[in-house]
Each structure stands twice: as structure tokens, then as C-alpha cells.
Design a protein around this ligand. Sequence first.
Ligand code: 0L1
Ligand code: MG
Length: 287
Amino acid sequence: MGLTEAKIQELAAAVDEAARKSEPLTMLTAEVPELTLEEAYTIQRVSMGRRVERGESVIGMKMGLTSRAKMEQMGVHNPIYGHLTDKMRLADGATIRVEDYCHPRVEPEIAFIMGKDLSGAVTAAEAMTAVEGVVAALEVIDSRYRDFKFTLIDVVADNASSTGFVLGSKVVAPEAVELGNLGMIMSRNGEVEETGSSAAILEHPARSLAALVGMLSERGEGLKAGQVVLAGGRRRRFICIPGIGWCWRWRGWGRWRWVRSRGLGEGKPPLCAHSIRFNRGAHRIRA
Ligand code: 0L1
Ligand code: MG
């Protein structure tokens, strides 16, 4: 027997309030073990409706669990998606404060800017014909679940941990970059820690886009021209600990940097705030 409408509303209110107040939430599946994936997406949608009622607009979508490493971590075989609203978009120079989040993590992303509406069952190549531009992006994810413990169903209900994102300034035509094998270097406190490729995003970010459209179509939905789509992480996310400097660089797109916090001004605690800044196509996150 499925969940009642009243229960869906109650659970959507719970995830929405946890996200709004950055308050820890107990896994929904602890209370409702029979919760299905389908119902979790309904809860996600209803919780988005609550944001829209408060004045937010949905401006795009994100794909999550797109890398083999993340799927293995969660014991799943398919990616998930969440919604992006205008309020989640972090501007050049925006400041985020670690204490405003529950478990903030950052990850490098590739974003698509849709030039046309897209729906139905599409191949990766067909999906790309609707893309106007691609841009380096960064996602801030924040699971609201207490102790960072959740199941796939919980995380879907919690809008795939969506919290914030930054788009780089250098939007290029899709054919201007080798999207399927775009090199990336990640360093920690100045030392190269990991190198990789966009191929880790479902083997090609375009496949991620096509998979998103396929999943949306199952619910009679699709993407709209002008929307942003975050293709998904290529490996793992990096914990936001002030004092650790992460830097990553997509080939040809400049770099993002997240460095040691120095505080934001007189009297401010020194280790809690980060500002985000771009420089002529180089993308920088700085504390
Ligand atoms: O973008 C993502 O891959 C998020 C997946 C959800 C799990 C998490 O919060 O890391
Ligand atoms: Mg992501």
C-alpha cells in the first residue's frame, strides 16, 4: 500500500524544513521503511513546490551518483537527480559559511546550458543537439541527514543533497571542448592528489544528460531551454574544512581554488567563512 497524500506532504515538509533551517533530519526510511524510490521523487517534487511557493524558481537540474565510485559507495547502479533553484545559485564573490550547512561538501562539475526543450527517450548524441553551451561548475552539496547517514531513497527525497552551485564565466560551445575526456587535476594544499577525466561521469557527461531526460520522461517531465544541468561528480566530493586548500582545474577552463580561511573581517571567527570569486575565466573559491 502506498503512502497517503497527507504522509507525502508531511515528509516533504520535513525535508524542506531541514534544508531551510540546515537542521539535522532523521532518515525518512527509519520511520517509513517501505518508502519507494517513486515516492521519494514525489516527496522531492512536493518539497520543491514548497520552495516555489516561497518565491524560488526552478532553474535547472542536477545529476547525482554519476560516478562508479559514488555508486559503489551507495551500493546502487543508477544515478539520481535533483532540482536546482535560483536561490541555490552562488554568484561571483558570494560567501558561504560552513556553519550554515549540515555536512557541506564541494565537487567539480560540468554544466550544460540548454538551448532547446528536451524530453522523451533520447540518445546522448540527441541530447547534445539541445545543448547551447557547456561551462565548468562547482557544486556545494549538503545532505541534511543526521550523522551523514542515508539510503538512496532518503537522498532522493532530500533533493539529491542539492544546496548550491557556481557557474564559471567561460561558457563554450559543446564542440569546443573534448567533453568525453576532459582532463582534471585536483590538488590538496598545493600537492597533486588526484588526476582524472570527465569520462568518469557515466563514461561521458552527455550520457548523464540523456539519462536525466529519460528519468524525467518517466514522470512526464523534461528540460526547458535556458535551464542549467549539472552533469554530476566524476569521483568523490571534498569536505569543506577551512584550512584545507583544494584546487582543481579542468583542462582549458582555468581553476577553482578553495584555500585556507582567513576570516572575513574584524571580529569574525577566522575559520568559518569562504568567499567565491572568479578571475577572467579562472574560477576561484577562497576563504
Ligand atoms: O551530487 C551528488 O552526487 C550527490 C549525491 C547524494 C549523496 C551525497 O550527498 O553525497
Ligand atoms: Mg554533484
